[in-house]
Design a protein around this ligand. Structure first.
Ligand code: PMP
Length: 330
């Protein structure tokens, strides 16, 4: 009989699929790594598994323990899924701007949520950060993963995502492109691919216009899960050759085209990553093999990127006049 022993065994080993339509005019092969096929629906299932395994091994998480993290998105889903299988309690702290659908996904997996006001300063005792710190101190047996500094995040990609890409491309990959949020994906995959190829594989980060990785300071952009207003220690810039920044307009246009033309219903950070991959692939020869990682699916964005009213309210149209891709060569 062929079956997995638990849903955790289904994390990883996601497939590569060739992009055939959005790549018009490009000679190189562009392959998408489809991370929404992880059981929790994103690449964050990988880091959750690795972070919890390491916390158990290091004695930071003991039977009956509680995972406390400020997260509203994919990391929460990944942690909740693994915690449930191992009998841990999960308490996630969310700002009140997080919509009901996202809250419901977390509670559906059995997590508890604590909602904090958005309109307070980070140092306010009621802020998202203060409340999660306090809960982590007060709940007995609490463990706070902190995905921005936990080195098990990048390690999970070094140990799984990178080797999968190398194996599935039979070592023919020439360029790897991923959006940068905590930096765990690009740092872990980048380090592995640099090591195994003797430095030959080019590592390209995709960043929303305005975030620190492309020289900005903060968050004037709408694409979710990528870009930062600080430098997380999960990010290792030494393995990144190039950062390509793209506007929301370009990212969302590509996100919509991926659904309509490639059958890939993915989130906005996937559109961003593909925008950067196409920019990188533009002048490459036919032998080049570009792998672009698509972190999550599009179901969580139906009311936004895939909703005409929402798109129009921000001035986005199907062929955005203000669409830009900016190449920052390091
Ligand atoms: N896209 C989405 C939707 C995400 O949730 C994340 C994780 N924050 C990323 C991209 C970026 O991945 P990383 O944190 O590994 O840089």
């Amino acid at each position: 009989m062929k079956y997995a022993n638990s849903v955790i065994d289904l994390v990883g080993n996601t497939p590569l699929v060739k992009l055939n339509s959005v790549t018009e005019g490009i000679r190189a092969t562009v392959l998408a790594k489809v991370e929404y096929l992880n059981p929790g629906g994103s690449s964050k299932d990988r880091i959750a598994t690795r972070i919890i395994d390491a916390a158990e091994r290091d004695g930071l998480l003991k039977p009956g323990g509680t995972i406390v993290e400020p997260t509203s998105g994919n990391t929460g889903i990944g942690l909740a899924l693994v915690a449930q299988q191992r009998g841990y309690r999960c308490v996630f702290v969310l700002p009140d701007k997080v919509g009901e659908d996202k809250r419901n996904v977390l509670t559906a997996y059995g997590a508890e949520i604590v909602v904090t006001p958005t309109a307070v300063a980070p140092e306010d005792p009621d802020s998202y950060y203060s409340v999660s710190d306090r809960l982590a101190r007060e709940i007995p047996g609490a463990f706070k993963p902190n995905q921005y500094s936990n080195q098990n995040g990048p390690l999970s990609h070094y140990e799984t995502t990178g080797p999968e890409i190398w194996r599935d491309t039979e070592g023919q990959i020439t360029h790897f492109v991923a959006g940068v949020g905590t930096g765990g994906t690009i740092s872990g995959v980048g380090r592995y691919l640099k090591e195994v190829s003797g430095g030959a594989v080019q590592i390209i980060g995709a960043d929303p216009e305005g975030s620190v990785y492309s020289g900005g300071t903060g968050r004037p952009y709408l694409v979710e899960g990528v870009g930062e207003d600080f430098w997380p220690t999960a990010y290792d810039g030494s393995v990144v050759d190039r950062i390509i920044a793209a506007s929301d307009a370009t990212s969302f246009e590509l996100t919509r085209r991926l659904a309509r033309e490639e059958g890939l219903l993915v989130g906005g950070s996937s559109g961003l990553a593909v925008a950067a991959a196409l920019e990188a692939a533009r002048d490459l020869p036919a032998e080049a093999v570009v792998v672009v990682l698509l972190p999550d699916g599009g179901r969580g964005y139906l009311g936004k990127i895939f909703n005409e009213k929402w798109m129009r309210s921000y001035g986005f149209t199907d062929s955005p006049a203000g669409a830009t891709v900016r190449d920052i060569v390091k």
